[in-house]
Design a protein around this ligand. Structure first.
Ligand code: ZN
Length: 186
């Protein structure tokens, strides 16, 4: 630990010495120190749920460090849509930040909307469904019923996404269409 600290200080000192030689611009052009990969998303085709989508993204951003969701229509690889579909909401995604998330009006009336948007976003970040899980799990989706309002990933889900996106998520992945099958509760 101490050796690392000394090295960091040495590098910082070297940077400080070099920077004035290249002028003011070097400060703003310095590469970001964070390793997070940005996933750009677009809410323009889901205006009814835009604020819920943003809140769901913020909930993920508050808990994961290796990937960051950023709203940016022109750069978007992840697009949200809304409408009616008898199959319900779905995520058509490669699990690596690309694809389409569809929010179904009927499900949005039944379930807590931010839980839906955050859950679907979880698919776009690489997580599968786990309907048998408790309300405290985001990816249990509709499993715990319509009263569940948890809209943030739990620690296990956040660490799983962080592992998937470590080093920018260089692993292989498949495109999937994941429909939300609303479990029947008696
Ligand atoms: Zn799902």
């Amino acid at each position: 630990m101490f050796r690392k600290f000394v090295l960091s200080v040495a590098l910082a000192a070297a940077t400080t010495v070099v920077a004035p030689l290249s002028g003011q611009a070097s400060a703003s052009e310095a590469p970001p120190t964070a390793l997070a990969v940005n996933v750009y998303y677009d809410t323009s085709s889901a205006p009814t749920f835009a604020s819920a989508i943003r809140q769901g993204a913020a909930n993920w951003n508050a808990r994961v460090t290796n990937v960051k969701l950023v709203e940016n229509r022109s750069a978007a690889t992840l697009r949200y849509r809304e409408g009616n579909d008898p199959r319900g909401s779905y995520a058509s995604t490669n699990g690596h930040g690309s694809g389409t998330i569809f929010i179904d009006y009927s499900q949005a009336r039944q379930y807590y909307v931010t839980r839906i948007t955050a859950h679907e976003t979880g698919h776009a970040l690489g997580l599968p469904d786990h309907y048998s899980g408790p309300c405290s799990e985001l990816m249990s989706g509709g499993g715990p019923g319509t009263s569940c309002t948890v809209a943030s990933p739990n620690a296990t889900e956040a660490s799983r996404v962080n592992r998937l996106w470590a080093n920018g998520f260089v692993g292989t992945y498949d495109w999937k269409v994941i429909y939300e099958q609303v479990p029947v509760h008696s």
